[in-house]
Design a protein around this ligand. Structure first.
Ligand SMILES: Nc1ncnc2c1ncn2[C@@H]1O[C@H](COP(=O)(O)OP(=O)(O)O)[C@@H](O)[C@H]1O
Ligand SMILES: [Mg+2]
Length: 299
């Protein structure tokens, strides 16, 4: 009798733990974050403002978003967010901090971390340390649906490494001729190494949608004709006074000026980006893969 009761208890325990397991499996988030690198040919075109405000919009649309501030020269995601972070990636690499613990929380649940000197530290790691780091940083795949990597401008090795490691790239330009030619130079460099890179263009600070379409058309035509690559247009952002005003008050414009033109434009871009998701998710992606590629590029 006792045997049977014991067996029954065992079976009930098994059923309980099985249902717990399957419940947690169905509740588990997708295990690969969508990693998008934001860059530009020329500096000061609005990358960081774009990144922060896009992140907030995506978060308002129900996505879990993390920003990696990978601009080694002018890391200022925290300034635009209005919140300083105490740690950076170097604390994970050298000081054994937990990446999830050092994420700083900004508005609307958007979290961010500064790359700091951590990016350079990557070069110095041996194979064992790299594997360990991949396990540590790979955690972000479970923490975020989308990871936005805000880089510096130009053709430096650092920036190019981020671009090559990332499956998707958003290239920001303004209507200024120098910004457009620098964008074109960057497209050329990217496609030399990776002709199938998914490059999405955003034209920032335009005076009209006509101006934006003209620039997109021109960039597309020369890229197709001379490099043989087709760009994707993600949209444009109007030159809007609410942007500098928000920078001064350190409050992202999508929160501060909910009805301004720039906010409407960012909302449109967020929607296009989310619609494109299905296409982007096929094949290898995720933050772990991103770091893997990044460290391979460095070593
Ligand atoms: N759409 C816009 N309208 C007006 N000013 C803008 C716009 N986007 C950016 N700016 C201004 O450009 C400056 C540089 O922006 P930032 O995001 O720091 O550029 P980057 O990260 O490319 O260096 C900021 O001072 C900001 O006020
Ligand atoms: Mg910046």
């Amino acid at each position: 009798m006792r045997d049977q009761a014991e067996k029954l208890r065992e079976i009930i325990d098994d059923i309980k733990s099985y249902s717990k397991q399957s419940a947690s499996m169905t509740a588990a988030p997708a295990s690969e974050a969508r990693v998008i690198t934001i860059t530009s040919g020329k500096g000061g075109v609005g990358k960081t403002n774009f990144t922060v405000n896009l992140a907030i919009k995506l978060s308002q649309k129900g996505k879990r978003v993390i920003i990696i501030d990978a601009d080694l020269g002018l890391a200022n995601v925290d300034v635009i967010m209005g919140k300083m972070s105490k740690y950076n990636l170097s604390d994970v690499i050298k000081n054994d901090k937990d990446i999830v613990e050092i994420l700083e929380e900004g508005p609307c649940g958007v979290r961010f971390v500064s790359g700091g000197s951590g990016v350079q530290d990557l070069v110095k790691l041996n194979k064992m340390q790299l594997v360990d780091l991949l396990m540590k940083l790979g955690k972000l795949d479970y923490e975020a649906d989308i990871i936005l990597v805000d880089t510096g401008a130009g053709l430096s090795d650092n920036v190019l490494s981020f671009i090559h490691a990332s499956k998707e790239v958003i290239l920001v330009t303004t209507p200024e001729p120098t910004s457009i030619t620098d964008a074109y130079a960057l497209i050329k460099t990217i496609s030399n190494k990776d002709p199938y890179k998914n490059i999405k263009i955003v034209v920032n600070r335009v005076e009209s949608d006509m101006e934006a379409h003209n620039i997109l058309d021109k960039l597309n035509t020369v890229s197709e004709r001379f490099i043989g690559i087709k760009l994707n247009s993600l949209g444009f952002i109007m030159n809007d006074n609410c942007v500098p005003k928000s920078v001064k008050s350190q409050q992202p414009f999508v929160l501060n000026y909910t009805k301004c033109e720039a906010t409407k434009n960012i909302t449109d871009i967020a929607e296009i980006l989310l619609e494109a998701k299905g296409a982007e998710m096929s094949g290898t992606s995720g933050f772990k893969m991103f770091i893997n590629k990044l460290t391979n590029i460095f070593s």
